[in-house]
Design a binder for this molecule. Sequence first.
Ligand code: TXA
Ligand code: MG
Length: 319
Amino acid sequence: MEQKTARLSGDSAGIAAAAKLLAAGGLVAFPTETVYGLGADARNDAAVAAIYAAKGRPSFNPLIVHVADLQVAEEYAQFSDTARQLAAAFWPGPLSLVLPVAANAGLSDRVTAGLDSVAIRVPAHPLGHALLSAFDGPVAAPSANISGRVSPTTPRHVLDGLDGRIGAVLMGGACDVGLESTILSVVGDKVSLLRAGGITAEAIENLLGKPIRRPADPDRPQSPGQMASHYAPAALIRLNVTEPKVDEVLLGFGDQAQAVLNLSPRGDLAEAASNLFAMLRQIDLVAQEKQARIAVAPVPMHGLGLAINDRLSRAAAPR
Ligand code: TXA
Ligand code: MG
């Protein structure tokens, strides 16, 4: 349904207006430290249904519930000691925990897509956090992009995909981390990585003092939303390229004279992560204009490189 999308500023009036819209069942895009989320009241069936409609998202793909702190999170999910240890170490921050749903949680079934687990997180962005405190309830939020496309790290990206389809955007500037949260399933003391993201697997293993389970086959991830093709720009992409062909524009990493854009000339993975989605959008425009394809330089497979390579391989996957 076509509607006027309000641009709300990140001051107390904007936050209050955003919270009011959520309470009325509206959709509000808001900043988190990872990417912009498209929020709705997680207890309101119709509001959650509207998220799927606005994004064109398949209904079997469950949503992450965002809350202001661990105490509120415990109303919606059952925390084991290990889950509490992870929350204490990494919240607020880019970590989502998939846990058994709490009894009488009152969440819409559409949030969990009928599973008996729920993904929950406490984001660190001050404005996102202020909105969650003002709304004082659970906010279901996927990334604020059309399903299958590149995730948004600025209000402009959100509006490029969703202007006229949502109630408002809470305008908060660019997201620092730039990659979605790491998703962990926690069953008692067993911890599995469902999606690589803003908290590295190494940091989690350091905290726990033991290895976590990683997906045996990266092409068969366990999160229902981890479809092979995702984050797709319009142009085709080739990965791990050191020598681009004449009909390719290179997205570089590290010292690379031929790069049209560079994720991090100094080879810094955090910088590359925060640039990734914005540069994919930019280089896509260049490629379309030149009727070229996109080539991407190799990015090392450690630390945030795991998540960067995950997003790149989905962006390059057959569609
Ligand atoms: O950083 C983020 O996580 C961002 C910001 C907005 O918080 N959100 C985000 O949401 O990336 P989305 O919807 O794009 O990705 C959510 C992922 C999907 O892959 C979904 O399948 C998985 O979380 N997920 C949600 N609930 C789950 C559950 N109960 N079990 C397993 N996977 C689940
Ligand atoms: Mg997404």
